[in-house]
Ligand binder design. Sequence first.
Ligand code: AMP
Ligand code: MN
Ligand code: MN
Length: 323
Amino acid sequence: MHPEVDAVAEYVRAENGFLITSHVNPDIDSIASQLAIASALSSLGKESVIVNEDPIPRWLEFLPGSEGLRCDLPAEAGIRVALVLDASDLDRLGWVGDVVRERALPIVNIDHHADNVSFGRLNLVQPHVSSTAEMLVGLISALGLEIGRERATCLYAGILGDTGSFRHPNTTSRVFRVVADLVDEGADPERVATGIYYSRSVGAVRLLGEMLRTFRESDDGRIGVLELTRGSFDSSGATMDESNGYATWALSTRGTEVGVLLRELENGRIRVSFRSTPEVDVGAIARSLGGGGHSTAAGCVLDGSLDEVRGLVLSRIRELEFV
Ligand code: AMP
Ligand code: MN
Ligand code: MN
């Protein structure tokens, strides 16, 4: 039905020894997609290993199969093919991307970022699809497998993550049809919601409080800005990945079109997360600052103090999107 999906399925069926990987600072979609495809490969009797630069955030450990994720390359693994998920560019993979390049591994690139540079031997890139997880529903079926409860749980979680719990503009009627099927396959929305939204650490809730206190709006109310300093991470005891869903708060006031969350990293650089309404393309803004992402959710990492970065980001938003 989809020739590109069938081509990937055929290639995967003929190969063995997969290095499954995804982008640094993994989000729900990247983790869930890797777990689902690893499980599918295992059902086909194939060997695979999941390797990422960064560890799985603790709050995603409820996903079935998550104990299989690793941050080092096993010496004994007979790796022949790289399966790269949810990454627009090999540079997004951190050191795992260097391994893929050095070994000249054939790459299967499966992604939904519009700015994907088609770096694979096979490129399955579907920017109109909500998430890599949603794409994998079709691929796993094309591999001749049932989705099954565990894979359905992962794929449901990935779609939930990348649609911002069915709030972002990528929440199409097709998404609801797909997740309805996943629930029929055994995904439990209540269990996934408990894992993602109701299993936070006390520190993460305190960090949220500190962050919300920093909220400010531009004079015209179109831009909302939030900040998290090193000090707020230290005093709350929360980790960077626990704040990964917090950027949407910057977009939460009436009339706000762009939300920005600035987070001070341990190395002193500033991680910038953009969220926007469909009228504003924050992907273009992030790209102009050396980052990337989707039109309504994007990010970059910049040098400078919080004040400097805030100034640069606000002026870039004005230049590119607002007159
Ligand atoms: P975040 O705000 O970090 O959750 O990122 C939102 C979206 O932007 C995700 O789809 C990321 O893949 C993408 N993104 C974030 N940071 C970067 C970056 N430095 N380079 C390219 N894409 C990014
Ligand atoms: Mn992602
Ligand atoms: Mn994604």
